[in-house]
Design a protein around this ligand. Structure first.
Ligand SMILES: Nc1nc2c(c(=O)[nH]1)N[C@H]1C(S)=C(S)[C@@H](COP(=O)(O)O)O[C@H]1N2
Ligand SMILES: [Mo]
Length: 400
């Protein structure tokens, strides 16, 4: 682990060491002219971290995971934002893209991208998490590193028009209760959303982290439904139909319904409950000997702000409060950190978060007792159990 290594060396170095390091730094100054200018920036060629793809047998159905262990702060770089698409990434020319709003409205409307950009806009930071994120933890196939175990979540600053503004414009009829959002990709993915949520904080977004949405994230237009399962955040948005009830689309009837042990089903379980994961030190990394390390991680909740994160280095026997990065933003990544001096003996690292509603991230055992154990091709959605990493005396970090 490079970060821990340099910190420890810095703390341990005497004056002579500091001077020697300064000389080395001087010699490292480039003496040749640098590279030419470029109109659109790229990262250093020394940075190699990428999204990891899951191989799929169906062309167009793909997902890729964010390397959470290699990101800093609360924003996921757009080029590392996880992707999930069911029919590939369409290439859409924004000059011909339109959004139709119809159904139980007084004045149906067709908006061009130009029309949308003239309307009142807002920027907000929110995570998007696939409901299937960390399902393999539940199945007992824990991910060996944060990317594999928790990489179907990312956090961006989204810019767009509040859906409430658009709905006010078209005028809702009295029996309007739900809306159905539909994408322009080949599968025309569609999901139903209760009107109450739509009026509360849903965005029709065209911006991501200071520029236009990336094609993978729905360029030129997507729905951002803060705190709710990724699937309802319809990308390549082309139609919103206001209705009196849900449409029972394929995704909501067949896919995003969880069967409970007692035979009942959890439907429209939209909210992503509070979850956290330690990203450094974590599986796949190695500690370079005993000494000072900063335990770092991410926490998020679909119900609001994260209010507390606790960290354990002894497998959950004792807990310490981690420091939360300010500002803590509702329904967004909250980075946390906690100083740790490793004594060189085997340790088990865990994090447990709580949100402003008082909800506490449960253990895997507690979740299984509540919802049962289910594995198979569909996996299990909305798993948010506590994740543990084992630090071996060799310094190697693995999953538990
Ligand atoms: N039109 C459309 N919207 C879609 C999807 C899709 O395949 N088509 N996938 C959904 C799923 S399952 C998830 S988890 C999120 C992922 O958003 P991202 O690719 O920007 O991370 O988009 C959702 N919106
Ligand atoms: Mo998803």
């Amino acid at each position: 682990m490079t970060r821990g290594w340099s910190r420890r060396r810095f703390l341990a170095a005497g004056a002579a060491g500091v001077v020697a390091a300064a000389c080395r730094a001087e010699r490292a100054q480039p003496t040749l002219l640098g590279a030419a200018r470029r109109g659109y920036g790229e990262r250093s060629p020394f940075e190699r971290s990428t999204r990891a793809f899951r191989v799929s047998s169906t062309p167009g159905t793909a997902s890729s995971r964010t390397p959470l262990q290699d990101t800093y702060g609360m924003i996921t770089p757009s080029s590392l934002h996880f992707e999930r698409h069911h029919a590939g990434v369409p290439a859409i020319d924004p000059s011909s893209h339109e959004l139709l709003i119809h159904g139980l409205v007084e004045h149906p409307l067709i908006l061009s991208m130009k029309d949308l950009r003239r309307l009142p806009s807002i920027s907000r930071i929110h995570f998007i998490e696939c409901a299937g994120n960390s399902a393999r933890e539940h199945e007992g196939r824990p991910g060996p590193d944060p990317q594999t175990s928790h990489g179907l979540v990312s956090c961006s600053e989204w810019t767009g028009v509040p859906l409430a503004v658009l709905l006010q414009d078209v005028g809702l009829k009295p029996d309007a209760r739900w809306l159905v959002a539909e994408g322009a990709d080949a599968c025309h993915m569609a999901r139903s959303i209760p009107l109450q949520k739509a009026l509360e904080d849903v965005l029709v977004a065209y911006g991501q982290n200071g520029e236009a949405l990336r094609p993978e994230q729905g360029y030129p237009l997507r729905l951002v439904v803060p705190g709710w399962e990724g699937n309802v955040n319809i990308k390549w948005l082309r139609r919103i139909q206001v209705a009196s009830g849900p449409a029972m689309t394929r995704e909501e009837a067949a896919v995003y319904t969880d069967l409970m042990p007692d035979g009942t089903a959890r439907m429209f379980s939209f909210v992503m409950d509070a979850k956290s994961v330690i990203t450094r030190p974590a599986g796949g990394q190695r500690l370079d000997g005993p000494g000072f390390y900063e335990i770092e991680g991410l926490a998020w909740s679909g119900r609001g702000r994260i209010s507390r994160v606790e960290v354990s280095v002894d497998g959950g026997r004792t807990w310490r409060d981690a420091e939360l990065q300010e500002p803590v933003v509702s329904k967004a990544f909250t980075p946390f950190r906690c100083a740790w001096t490793w004594n060189g003996r085997e340790a088990e690292l865990q994090s447990r978060c709580r949100d402003e509603t008082g909800y506490v991230q449960p253990t895997r055992d507690a979740l299984i007792a509540m919802r049962g154990l289910r594995s198979g091709p569909d996996g299990f959605d909305h798993y948010n159990g506590i994740k543990a990493w084992r630090v071996r005396s060799s310094g190697e970090v693995t999953h538990v």
